[in-house]
Design a protein around this ligand. Sequence first.
Ligand code: FAD
Length: 389
Amino acid sequence: MQTLAQEVEVSPALKQANKQANPQANSLTNPPTHSFSLNSLLLVTAQPVLHRLSTYGELPRQLIQIISRASVRLLDSDMLIAQTPHNYERSEEVGRPSVALAHQEHAMSESILELIHREGLAPHYKPFMRTFARILFSLFLTPDQYDRACACIDSGNNLRFLMSDGGGPTLGSWRTVAQPDGDGFKLHIDKVWGMYANLDGMAIVAARTPGAFFPSAYLVWPEQYESLKRTACGDSFLDGVVQLGNVKGDVQVAQDDRLKVGGPAVLNKYLTTVRPFLVRALMAHVEWLAAQGRVELTVDERAARDFIAAAARAKTQSGRYESEDVQRVLALKFASNELLLHLVSRGAVKQFSDQRDLLAFTKMEGSSYRCYHELRASMRVSKAVAASI
Ligand SMILES: Cc1cc2nc3c(=O)[nH]c(=O)nc-3n(C[C@H](O)[C@H](O)[C@H](O)COP(=O)(O)OP(=O)(O)OC[C@H]3O[C@@H](n4cnc5c(N)ncnc54)[C@H](O)[C@@H]3O)c2cc1C
């Protein structure tokens, strides 16, 4: 019987065999849907991720191994019970027209990314995150809200984006609730793990509204935010640059401060826009850590890093948002998470603080579990029975 490691070992060979049978595989215009035709659990479970990543080019061998191991490890009971040996196929995708993205923030991010490459993430993290705030504003706010929020930021306030809830990850269990009250809403807030949420500033707070299927979000202004109970949470990250905080309390928000340009598609659009920038920053940071002798990269690990960095760069430079980008970018964040986890778990990262930082970034803006969950849901199992080994 083959061990898991041996099975992963054969995956590039399988891919090669498949390429011979399907010479157009790996072309950007005609990505392989069935790269791995044998029904190994290890290979089948990785297909939802590998399929999306293959649209960026031919994957390096070790990245395939890392992703295959991660996919099989992330199977929860529900996924495992539903798992068949059959290959995955793309689900029908709605051919929505592509949307151009704001260029100003892109140009700003490019210059910061260059600095991260030269000096690491810590000194440039805050300005980098500020560009994310502008992207968020441009997607979610009405023109009036946009003007008011930009004026607030321009006068020296920072934005806190409060999504993670004290009640847990599912909307039904959120303790942060918005109740209609008079002309506006009473916002009962119980948020955790927000970046700099313990400090003053303005906030966008996501809340559950009784009876609604999706969360709603609200602008909370500095004078309101000041009245909330805020506590620092855990030790800081990145040499003291990133501190997480928890926030509790009640505020009254106006009708005009409810984000109206909303819904799950907009949140996806925001995450799809910022994730490749974050992945580029992380890959630049790894490169910098390696240059400092704080991370050791083998030739294969460097090839994996280079692939992820190049793919993220290509995505950020496209300047457009297509509906299938949601999955392509989820796969990219998954690959970035798993490369970082691989480096930490094999002992390639020397210092505890760097190990903790790199793992923290595997949670932020899309954990592997979340990414994998969505990637599986976006594919369907082929009706054709795959050949057995
Ligand atoms: C540096 C840093 C900055 C952050 N900044 C912010 C911020 O500004 N604002 C904000 O709102 N949040 C922020 N966060 C929080 C971040 O969004 C969450 O850490 C992230 O969503 C992951 O959440 P989670 O740990 O609950 O895990 P997830 O992976 O999202 O899991 C959610 C749930 O899924 C289930 N699950 C997970 N893995 C498995 C598995 N393998 N098998 C079965 N079930 C599983 C568990 O029930 C788990 O509770 C930050 C976090 C960090 C580390």
